[in-house]
Design a protein around this ligand. Structure first.
Ligand code: ZN
Length: 463
């Protein structure tokens, strides 16, 4: 029974005339999630449920207050729980599981037709084990059941979720298809956000960490109202709504990159219009290292883009530049930015600045180029910086060096960077191209010797 006055309660008890097996009533709660407000499917589903199973508790979990409200007979055991924020509600009362006390739950979308063929009475609960998720196919045509077995690799260190299509149907983390999900209630209790939308994807990615077993129930199938010939406009609307909900879900779980089962890659992190994904660097250590994560993939990608922009401008101006410090180390080891690094460092000949109008100008005041990159003098000292954008401050640092008695020196030094020191000019007298961030970037001719000189022959894991 739901007692919170903020909930919409349509009936409190099953009607007295219901003479159905008590065990089923006690054992099962049917939960409807993932529907659009005002859905005609929802009303029809609830109506068929009330007609055939008035004794079983049906809970509708909605992100908003239902409109138009459901008109239900008091003979139905149907409850609506809204999960939207309401300052009058207690946080504890907003947990839908507080209002569900049966041992088993079945989560369905709003389109299931409950009729005589649904046969909920035939479910053999005793066969469902602690970690089992029983999937009941939702079909519009018995001849046409399509689903794909997907493995999910959730690489937290790289903020990346990868969906892999499997050829066999064993050990699937996710069955991409239409299903009702039947399981012990306590499984939902173990999830971080059990009713997040879209439910199938949200459930599957959280289940990865729980060692659950997905079992397709062959003896039971439910018919649904998803019929052929649905309006194309409605389909597109539903698809973009699902995409938006997925992006919200990824945002909550700090997933910044998703590799779909078809191999396509999508980023859900920072862009030119948003701040970068990490806050200020303290003691040369970004916060994500404390979270046992490496640089978010969106930030790495935006750093690469900024570096390529700088290289291209330098090539045009014929500026002599070379990869410095951790960036050169990354190029030597990975041909890329070190996976946990947070900026790109370059050295240039100071006398070349005059050859490049944007660099000369940036020394005096910040300038936005025609691709939205910000060129400016760094606040920390006498060097230049190119930001990915005004708000997203991922950047490339450019250190101007000049030669004194055969040694390259500069005006600003970082005490917490032991490798930040003068070096003989012969290292950069002649430069060569090496692979870095997907292009050929300029580097000292003898990369290993230069790195050994800078890092005192120690190549540290962190710069
Ligand atoms: Zn980012």
């Amino acid at each position: 029974m739901i007692t919170n006055e903020c909930e919409q309660v349509f009936s409190l008890y099953p009607p007295a005339f219901a003479r159905k097996p008590k065990t089923l009533v006690e054992q099962l709660t049917v939960i409807i999630v993932d529907f659009e407000p005002g859905s005609t499917h929802l009303m029809a589903t609830v109506a068929t449920f009330c007609k055939h199973y008035p004794f079983i508790k049906l809970v509708i979990i909605s992100e908003t207050i239902l409109y138009p409200p459901l008109k239900l007979s008091t003979k139905c055991n149907v409850h609506v729980l809204t999960t939207h924020s309401d300052p009058r509600k207690k946080w504890l009362d907003s947990d839908p599981l507080k209002h569900i006390n049966s041992e088993y739950v079945m989560v369905i979308p709003d389109s299931v037709i409950f009729d005589k063929g649904t046969r909920l009475e035939h479910i053999q609960f005793s066969r469902i084990e602690e970690k089992d998720i029983v999937l009941v196919s939702l079909i519009t045509n018995p001849q046409l059941i399509i689903h794909t077995c997907i493995a999910i690799d959730w690489d937290i260190r790289h903020w990346t979720l990868k969906f892999r299509r499997k050829e066999t149907y064993d050990q699937c983390d996710f069955h991409d298809g239409d299903f009702a999900y039947l399981m012990k209630r306590k499984i939902l209790e173990q999830l971080n956000i059990p009713f997040a939308s879209p439910f199938p994807e949200s459930f599957a990615i959280q289940a990865v960490f729980k060692g659950l077993k997905m079992i397709i129930e062959d003896d039971l199938k439910f018919f649904t109202m998803k019929i052929a010939g649905v309006d194309q406009h409605e389909l597109l609307k539903a698809e973009s709504l699902k995409k938006w909900k997925l992006s919200q879900l990824y945002h909550r779980f700090k997933v910044k990159k998703v590799i779909e089962s078809d191999g396509s890659e999508h980023f859900y992190g920072c862009t030119k219009e948003t701040p970068r994904c990490f806050s200020s660097i303290v003691n040369n250590t970004p916060e994500y290292l404390y979270w046992h994560r490496w640089t978010p993939p969106c930030c790495l990608e935006n750093l690469r883009t900024t570096a390529r922009r700088v290289f291209s401008v330098f090539e045009q101006c014929e500026i002599r530049y070379w990869l410095e410090g951790g960036s050169l180390l990354g190029a030597a080891r990975y041909g890329d930015i070190i996976p946990w690094d947070f900026d790109v460092d370059l050295g240039i000949y100071e006398e070349d600045i005059a050859k490049c109008p944007i660099l000369s100008y940036a020394r005096k005041q910040p300038v936005k180029d025609d691709e939205g990159f910000i060129w400016e003098k760094a606040v920390e000292g006498d060097f230049l910086r190119v930001q990915f954008s005004e708000i997203n401050r991922l950047h490339v640092d450019i250190f101007p060096f000049y030669a004194v008695d055969g040694m390259m020196t500069k005006r600003t030094w970082f005490k917490d960077h032991p490798q930040d020191k003068e070096f003989p000019e012969f290292f950069v007298k002649k430069l060569k191209k090496i692979p870095f961030v997907g292009v050929q970037a300029s580097a000292p001719t003898n990369v290993t010797q230069f790195l050994e000189y800078k890092f005192d022959e120690e190549f540290p894991d962190l710069k």
